[in-house]
Design a protein around this ligand. Structure first.
Ligand SMILES: O=C(O)CCC(=O)C(=O)O
Length: 254
């Protein structure tokens, strides 16, 4: 697992804008992470983003509405426990990122993602089609997110869907809505979305995806909480734009 990605796997990532590495995290690591999360999810240990904060389809309308206290993201994963830090800076993760990003010094951001995504049965929301670049302000749109499944993820429990190759598209602004989601009232977008594939993951599987790869996810229709750990990385020479949210906290060399 520690060895470098083969040229063919790297080429897959470059062509598709994502790559799934099976069983990259050990059972022991996944178990330790789940134990920390289970202890800190109810009541949710701050800082937390709630479903009610995102205003996505299906989210409770306010924190006072039924399900209004449902956490969507346990924020600041890197600071929460050493088990999360050790994963973020592990050779399995960093070595692959050095290859994907083509640089020696990789940085992990503390400013977005850097979280444990939770999707609760009953009160989860839909995330529409978007590129993560909508969250980021960097010199270059060259960032890679690393999504570690801590249990099974399928479309039925709100697992991610991705559009292969969409990281290379340069869509006119009119294809996106006010919040930079793909508009669903446009025929060309319908065709694009038809190419989506589900990222079916099991505990320990790790999805690497480019910040321009379009992805989406639905609600969790299962009876079980879905948990995933997510970090985003970039090269040291790709700097966050000063005074934006991307520059709020120092990036950490890994
Ligand atoms: O889990 C989800 O609903 C999708 C999350 C996502 O795509 C994101 O935060 O960028």
């Amino acid at each position: 697992m520690n060895g470098p990605l083969s040229e063919a796997r790297l080429q897959d990532f470059r062509e598709n804008g994502y790559l799934i590495e099976r069983s990259l995290a050990s059972d022991a690591t996944v178990g330790a992470m789940n134990a920390v999360i289970d202890e800190t999810v109810k009541p949710a240990l701050a800082p937390v983003e709630y479903e009610a904060d995102v205003h996505y389809p299906g989210a409770p309308s306010s924190k006072l509405a039924p399900g209004g206290q449902t956490p969507r993201r346990l924020l600041n994963a890197y600071a929460r426990d050493v088990v999360f830090r050790d994963w973020a800076r592990s050779p399995e993760v960093v070595g692959r990122l050095q290859q994907m990003l083509s640089c020696e010094q990789v940085m992990v951001s503390q400013n977005h993602h850097n979280c444990i995504m939770t999707k609760h049965p009953g009160f989860s929301s839909v995330t529409s089609w978007h590129q993560d670049m909508r969250y980021w302000s960097f010199d270059q749109p060259e960032l890679v997110s690393v999504w570690l499944a801590l249990g099974t993820e399928t479309p039925d429990n709100g697992g991610l869907m991705l559009i292969p190759g969409s990281h290379t598209l340069d869509l006119p602004r009119g294809r996106l809505d006010a919040a930079l989601f793909l508009r669903t009232d446009i025929k060309d977008n319908e065709t694009l979305i038809k190419n989506a594939i589900p990222a079916e993951l099991h505990a320990g599987d790790t999805l690497f995806f480019h910040c321009r790869t379009f992805h989406a996810a639905s609600q969790n229709d299962s009876q079980t909480l879905k948990k995933s750990l997510v970090y985003t990385y970039h090269c040291e020479n790709n700097r966050p734009i000063p005074e934006t949210r991307s520059a709020n906290h120092a990036d950490i060399p890994v």
